[in-house]
Design a protein around this ligand. Sequence first.
Ligand code: PEP
Ligand code: MG
Length: 297
Amino acid sequence: SAAVQTAGSCREIFTADGKRILVAANIGGIDDLSLALQNGAEGVGLFRTEFLYMNREKMPTEEEQFRVFRQAAQMLNGKPLTIRTLDIGGDKSLPYFPLPKEANPFLGLRAIRLCLKHPALFKVQLRAILRASAFGNIRILFPMISSFGELNAAKKVLTHCKSQLDAEGSPYDRNIQTGMMIEIPSAAVLAEEFAKQVDFFSIGTNDLTQYTLAADRMNEAVSELYDPMHPAVLRLISGTITAAHRNAIPCCMCGELASDERAAATLLADGLDEFSVSPGAIADTRCHLIQALGEKR
Ligand code: PEP
Ligand code: MG
């Protein structure tokens, strides 16, 4: 069978056993999305919503976020739009929302931890995402999940927002898919159990690498130790994909490794379903994947 088949203007990629591989985009806003679509993105695997919160004076309102998410969903015209809830803290801060000073911000109050500590802030965003889901194919992605308690707490807030919208008579996608990032080693180790509680995984190799190897992704002095191809990281990745498939959920990768030519053959052999990469890397990634699939035959 052919690795490549023609479908409209964009060639879809298939494995030898006929599974379609999606090449999607990581975006930070609408401008990125335009570029991604021009470059042939088959969806959005990661919308980093923190950029809606940064470089401004005050928090974006529910209405403002809703409009951005709706526009993105409409531009995608049925293709999947994976919206990650706010991942602030770590290296990213907000001028109008002072965070406590921490000795180790990457090990501190970041992403889902911050949102769970400030449910009002979290709800504004979840309501905006849910409302936009009436206008397209939206999926929700929770970042930095390290424990079942956090996942359950996040899902509980989401359920609360859904019943609020029900009471208000606001439409949303009742079958909206909810997934989690696998970017903390504990989540990768327990992927089998997590897979039973979400609709999809997305592997964040940038954080998974830094946390597995105890090597700060921003620190030049340890950049040689920061290796997403380290066998320990690769083993966590393959275990995560296997666990996903054993539980019949798809597995995406949205970390930088997804666009790394050296990893293409391994990730395909592991069975990765979706590669989400920066808009500028889409064409090259498609080439690597097609080439890796061709060489296997
Ligand atoms: C990752 O950690 O790999 C990821 C995709 O998320 P971010 O780079 O935004 O932390
Ligand atoms: Mg991350």
